[in-house]
Design a protein around this ligand. Structure first.
Ligand SMILES: [Zn+2]
Length: 884
């Protein structure tokens, strides 16, 4: 199954590491020593282990009085140290002793440096680790494969004024008399090397709170304690929720959640020492949008879910990483939904994570969720939308199919059976088969081991409906005959009676009797199925006429599927324009998110200078009822701002009526608005300003932004997010400099991120030049470079210019971008759908591949070619589709 040349020999197995690490933050180097207790299965004079960019000295094997010296050779390509032992080691238990030195790099992997400016503007330095997938070997010599589980006893030698955190609780502290202190941490449980962590720097921690006997703290760079409250609240809830769900106590002895200023991923589930990108942990509760807070809650839930699923029970090899990540993503939704039901997390899941997976999985260049992983580089490529999005979506589909409690019980039995061990995917299916009495493994194999997903075509038949499945591809391939075992939930009305039923579609076509002729049917009831649904014309019309009978998630699915059929050339854009008009009374922000996403795509790919005025009027008209209803601020808010948004009868270009007094929109103050209504307001303002380009909205956005700079809490956070985005889209050089100053000076990571996002969204070539400068001179942290580039490429007007800049300086840019974030650059490619630009992108990348993102580039270029076709097909049609 796996290429043996990438796997270490198995005759020597580590059991315990005693590690002592001495980082020198000034010289960006470290020294260390280790004593590894080993079991030697058969006598050998050659031992292989992993090491990269390490110098190993004084290597020897010790057993009682026996000593065997070892010569070290390095195999750089396979990142190994080969120890030639002076006399063969006999079978049995040995200790391996060595000293080693290495560098604290700036590549956000292994043992690396991160920096931040404190409140006095002084540059502060942190040394921290990121080992997943295969970078523990950059910090200490080790058997760096997930099934070489061992316990770890860590000592960190650090300057007295710095704080040090590792996986275990601190148990001993010894002053060395030279300004340094040796801090020893309790031994960990047996676990994989990729979960070990050390963090050293000028940190502070919240006082520990007790969660069922587990001390929990938030650790942050000095000066940021005021941003830790929300994370603490979320962590306490999730830790309790998860222990209850799993039916198993937390496996470590403490939990520290550590915010790191430079971090490649969102967070990392090191047992007991979870590291986070700052913006995924620290937040100012008063200034943050609900989406920003939800992201923090999500990430915390996700990482804590890993403490059991991933840390306590671990995949045998990297081909199983999908299950680790998919399951943690699934659990993050459950925890978030339990903590904040008002955020409707599963609806948001259908609207965000599922489409993320669809967008890759509808390409010929997709991959199966689980595939053979041989080299570490291939493991790198698994952290994508297929692993997180599709993996968690099919788990959710399965949970809904077998029932929530049987599913939970299967998970608990799996964790109990394999605690402290390693597993293959089928071990989970066995537990779920047992707990549910259904063939979970058989069904899941069709979703996990083959790429792609089905379209279900629904037709009215005599006394029921027929369901036909076939692979959905953005660029159709009639020769593809893949099928899936599809759990389908149907809901609707037949012969005048309501029905709700489930069916497992296995062949290419089934007929489902419904006891009468069908009045209407929704064939992905609850929206949990990982497939698209295509209705025959009368059934589709029946749904459009009854939108009020559908759940929000079902309405979302209807819109999302309809737009995808336009992208794929199965329907024309005019049909979508009239469908969108049927949603004028829609109130659910996630449904509007989908509508506005499609409408933005129309504006980006299909609308030309001559059709843009009509497009803008159409968008403004579509949003008019909501604009009237929501205004510029929550009804209950104490504000002197004008509440009234341009609404009905404005249609863009209409003369500006005098603003009504504050607290407009109906007189009496309304009840407290939900977070999702507030979020919807943000979407509406953003779309009126950036898609409809209403001058009065732009002007008002500028004035609100000025007020907010003067007094941040004076503006609702959702409105604030929207006005920043609108100001950037219509901003000049002066606005750019103001935003840059905000980006650099605000100490709150969410605020800083809002402005960085905005800096990458100006519609001017000068701004693109400036942002490139900021990347090259490292004003933009390299953790953010990839997505900033993608955002510039995705700009409708300046994207092609940004592409030409990127193309001309790609080599220099790639030196800055951390390798594991490279694939995110490719997210910007599909936006470049002008045929001549697209051809240039494709040709250039064929000659100049992104070395760490081959698969992602292949996929995004396939999507790009589909969007070029859509542009060519539908640009003419849009003129006739938009109302006059
Ligand atoms: Zn994860």
């Amino acid at each position: 199954m796996t290429d043996p040349s990438y796997r270490l020999p198995r005759q020597v197995v580590p059991r315990h590491y005693r590690l002592r690490m001495e980082p020198d933050l000034d010289t960006a180097t470290f020294a260390g020593s280790e004593v590894v207790t080993l079991d030697v299965a058969e006598a050998t004079d050659r031992v292989e282990l992993n090491a990269a960019e390490l110098q190993i000295d004084q290597a020897r094997f010790v057993r009682g009085n026996a000593r065997a010296h070892a010569e070290v050779e390095y195999d750089e390509e396979r990142q190994r140290a080969i120890l030639q032992v002076s006399e063969p080691l006999s079978a049995g238990r040995w200790e391996f002793h060595c000293r080693f030195t290495g560098i604290l790099n700036d590549q956000l992997r292994g043992f690396y440096l991160s920096t931040f400016d404190d409140d006095d503007g002084t540059r502060q330095v942190i040394a921290t680790t990121q080992f997943e997938a295969t970078d523990a070997r950059r910090a200490f010599p080790c058997w760096d494969e997930p099934d070489f589980k061992a316990s770890f006893g860590v000592t960190l030698v650090v300057p007295e004024d710095l704080m040090a955190v590792s996986n275990g609780a601190e148990i001993e502290r010894e002053s060395l008399g030279d300004g340094r202190v040796a801090i020893t941490f309790a031994d960990t449980i047996v676990m994989s090397t990729y979960l070990v962590a050390f963090v050293v720097g000028p940190f502070e921690a919240t006082p520990p709170i007790d969660v069922n006997g587990v001390p929990l703290r938030i650790v942050a760079p000095r000066g940021k304690m005021r941003l830790t409250g929300f994370a603490l609240e979320c962590s306490r809830f999730c830790l309790e929720y998860l222990a209850t769900y799993y039916g198993i106590p937390y496996p470590g002895d403490k939990v520290d959640m550590v915010a790191i200023p430079d971090f490649a991923f969102g967070a990392m589930e090191n047992l007991g020492c979870i590291t986070y990108r700052e913006s995924a942990l620290l937040v100012d509760d008063e200034l943050a949008t609900s989406a920003e807070k939800m992201r923090i809650l999500d990430v915390i839930g996700h990482e804590l879910a890993h403490m059991w699923f991933g840390d306590l029970v671990t995949m045998k090899w990297w081909n199983g990483i999908w299950l680790n990540e998919a399951f943690a993503t699934f659990m993050e939704m459950k925890a978030t939904d339990a903590f904040r039901p008002g955020w409707k997390r599963w609806l948001e899941f259908a609207a965000a994570e599922r489409p993320w997976a669809f967008k890759t999985d509808e390409l010929a260049g997709t991959r199966p969720v689980e595939f053979e992983v041989r080299s570490p580089a291939q493991a790198e490529g698994m952290f994508d939308g297929i692993t997180y999005g599709k993996g968690s979506a099919v788990l959710r589909m399965m949970e809904q199919y077998v029932g929530e409690e049987p599913f939970r019980a299967g998970v608990e039995s799996y964790l109990r059976r394999h605690a402290y061990g390693n597993t293959e995917t089928r071990d989970l299916w066995e537990s779920l088969d047992g707990s549910s009495g259904r063939p979970v493994g058989e069904i899941m194999d069709t979703w996990i081991l083959q790429g792609g997903y089905p379209q279900l075509t629904v037709r009215a038949e005599e006394g029921g409906v027929s369901l036909e499945q076939g692979r959905f591809l953005l660029i159709a391939d009639p020769s593809d005959t893949s099928t899936w075992k599809v759990p389908v939930r149907l809901r609707g009305m037949a012969g005048g009676d309501p029905f709700e039923t489930s069916v497992l579609v296995e062949g290419s076509r089934v007929t489902v009797p419904l006891g009468g002729s069908v009045d209407w049917v929704i064939a992905n009831a609850g929206g949990h199925g990982f497939y698209r649904t295509r209705y025959d014309e009368p059934l589709m019309q029946a749904l459009v006429d009854r939108l009020n009978l559908l759940d929000p998630v079902e309405r979302f699915v209807l819109v999302d599927d309809a737009w995808t059929f336009v992208e794929a050339g199965r329907s024309g854009v005019s049909g979508f324009v009239s469908l969108a008009s049927a949603f004028r009374d829609e109130q659910e922000q996630a449904v509007w998110g989908s509508l506005l996403g499609a409408i933005a795509s129309i504006g980006h790919h299909l609308v030309t200078a001559s059709t843009r005025p009509r497009y803008e009027r159409w968008v403004a008209g579509l949003l008019a009822p909501l604009a009237d209803q929501l205004g510029w601020a929550p009804a209950a808010a104490e504000t002197d701002l004008v509440r009234r948004l341009p609404g009905r009868g404005w249609g863009g270009g209409a003369p500006c009526p005098p603003p009504p007094p504050a607290a407009g929109g109906g007189g009496a103050p309304a009840a407290e608005e939900t977070d999702l209504v507030r979020r919807l307001r943000g979407r509406v303002i953003d779309s009126l300003g950036r898609l409809a380009n209403l001058p009065e909205v732009v002007e008002q956005a500028r004035s609100i932004h000025e007020r907010r700079v003067a007094k941040p809490t004076s503006v609702d956070p959702e409105v604030a997010g929207a006005v920043i985005s609108v100001c950037a889209a219509h901003g000049d050089a002066e606005t750019y400099e103001t935003f840059l100053d905000r980006y650099q000076t605000v100490s709150n990571p969410q605020e800083s991120l809002k402005y960085l996002r905005a800096l990458a969204s100006f519609d001017a070539e000068d701004a693109v030049d400036r942002t490139f400068e900021l990347i090259v001179d490292r004003t933009v942290r390299n953790q953010d470079t990839s997505w900033v580039l993608a955002r510039m490429l995705a700009n409708r007007t300046t994207g092609p210019y940004a592409w030409s800049k990127l193309r001309d300086r790609l080599d220099g840019i790639l030196e800055i971008v951390p390798p594991m974030t490279q694939s995110r650059i490719a997210d910007g490619f599909p936006a470049l759908s002008h045929p001549e630009v697209a051809a240039d992108v494709t040709d250039f990348l064929a000659e100049n591949p992104l070395p760490h993102a081959a698969k992602a580039v292949e996929q995004k270029l396939e999507r790009l070619s589909a969007l070029v076709k859509m542009r060519q097909r539908e640009t003419g049609a849009i003129a006739g589709a938009l109302p006059e």
